[in-house]
Design a protein around this ligand. Structure first.
Ligand code: GLU
Length: 296
């Protein structure tokens, strides 16, 4: 199989120690498979994007010797592809407009006696599935059960993660009809990532474990759009001093690349690789060899 891997940062700030782990792992996995490695800037969520963060990320990667094999791409230039995918889903009867506000979704959820505190987001109760009831359309959602039934998929999707082993999720029950196009007109991450991975020919996805619970939603969309499902590997997260995962949202520091080898060594340690001295190039070569023999 032709291996194509990618690193897909959102330009909501510069890389931090946690994002370098995902970048390094995806680069090493591509090299260990004699594959190609792409960088895709995921800038669909424009209100969260920070001006210049994309260039800064590319510079940080380059300082660490992680240079993509072809020109980087920006999701903001690929809206026509997401629009075509949504049209396809609408034509199939698998996507519907939704007029609910977030508050209405949460209220409907709690009225059903569900405990919202245990969920980060309410499972959409399907209010607009059979029509908008006079409300204006705000967002577009995937009719999850319609896809499962039409394609005769199991109610609980199962897949194998190369590090985490056998995984499963009942998307209809645990997530509900998720958003494809947001009320503010922006493309949802789930749709954009699935369309791009397939259009670019990505065969292997290596990314942080914080994205792991999106996998079943993405697999469902791949099936609905008739696209292949890549092979998944989710890498360990870097935890901050408070035990929470490092993220731009909780103020993780920008990665300092004045000493790229030190930054890479910290990322490599999270991946179970031994610290290396010498040059960045030598270290990357040693880790590629070690990665190849890991057999994951
Ligand atoms: N853009 C996403 C993020 O930075 C990652 C997407 C992915 O790797 O699937 O969190």
């Amino acid at each position: 199989m032709r291996y194509l891997g990618r690193f897909a940062p959102s330009p909501t700030g510069p890389l931090h120690a946690g994002s370098l782990v995902a970048a390094l792992a995806s680069w090493l996995d591509a090299r260990a498979h004699n594959g190609q490695w792409l960088v895709r800037i995921e800038d669909t969520d424009t209100p969260r994007c920070v001006e210049g963060a994309d260039q800064r990320i590319l510079q940080q990667l380059a300082a660490c010797g992680l240079v993509p094999d072809s020109e980087p791409t920006w999701q903001s230039q690929r809206s026509h592809l997401y629009a075509a995918a949504l049209t396809h889903l609408i034509d199939k009867g698998w996507a519907y407009p939704c007029g609910c506000s977030r508050k209405e979704v949460e209220e409907a959820y709690t009225t059903q006696g569900q405990d919202l505190a245990r969920h980060t987001a309410a499972v959409y109760p399907g209010t607009c599935r059979d029509g908008l009831n006079g409300k204006p359309a705000r967002a577009w959602r995937l009719h999850v059960q319609a896809v499962i039934d039409a394609l005769h998929l199991p109610q609980t999707l199962e897949w194998h993660d190369r590090r985490m082993g056998l995984q499963q999720q009942d998307v209809a029950k645990e997530v509900g009809d998720f958003v494809l196009k947001r009320a503010d007109g922006l493309w949802a991450y789930q749709l954009a990532v699935v369309v791009d991975d397939a259009e670019q020919g990505v065969s292997h996805i290596v990314r942080g474990e914080d994205l792991h619970d999106n996998t079943a939603r993405q697999m469902l969309l791949q099936k609905a759009l008739g696209l292949p499902t890549p092979i998944y590997l989710h890498t360990p997260l870097v935890l901050g001093e408070n035990g929470e995962k490092l993220s731009k949202q909780n103020g993780a520091q920008a990665l300092d690349v004045r000493d790229p080898l030190a930054a890479l060594n910290r990322a490599a340690q999270v991946l179970g690789l031994e610290a290396c001295g010498g040059s960045v190039g030598e270290a990357l070569q040693r880790w590629t060899q070690a990665w190849s023999s890991k057999k994951i």
